[in-house]
Write a protein that binds this ligand. Sequence first.
Ligand code: 5GP
Length: 122
Amino acid sequence: MRAYDDQNIFAKILRGEIPNTTVLETEHSLAFRDIAPAAPTHVLVIPKGPYVCFDDFALNATDEEIVDFTRAVGKVCELEGVQDNGFRVIANAMSDGVQEVPHLHVHVLGGRNMGPMVVRTG
Ligand code: 5GP
């Protein structure tokens, strides 16, 4: 069981306890700039609901939340102007996915060639 920890940093951002640089806010989603950008465009898109990671959200969120979130990701790509050259969307999950913050977020990365998707170690 992966209980949602409401003391995680993104929950604090959603409650307004920690500042953020907002790119887009919708009824069910918030997009803001990553504090340590790994590319010229590095925006995090999160649902406002308490979902730990992607599969939690995909299986348990309402259709309305899922549509809102998916459209928010698309809108961020539009706002950031990365549609023509392309971008990468990443959702890390749990320990093997090396997820640092246990509130679902997708990284929207672009503005440069993002290189290989993963580093092969084997
Ligand atoms: P993860 O490794 O969980 O997929 O990514 C977490 C991301 O959250 C990291 O890229 C990290 O830089 C970002 N991050 C961590 N703390 C904060 C914060 O307080 N504000 C913002 N805007 N981003 C944060």
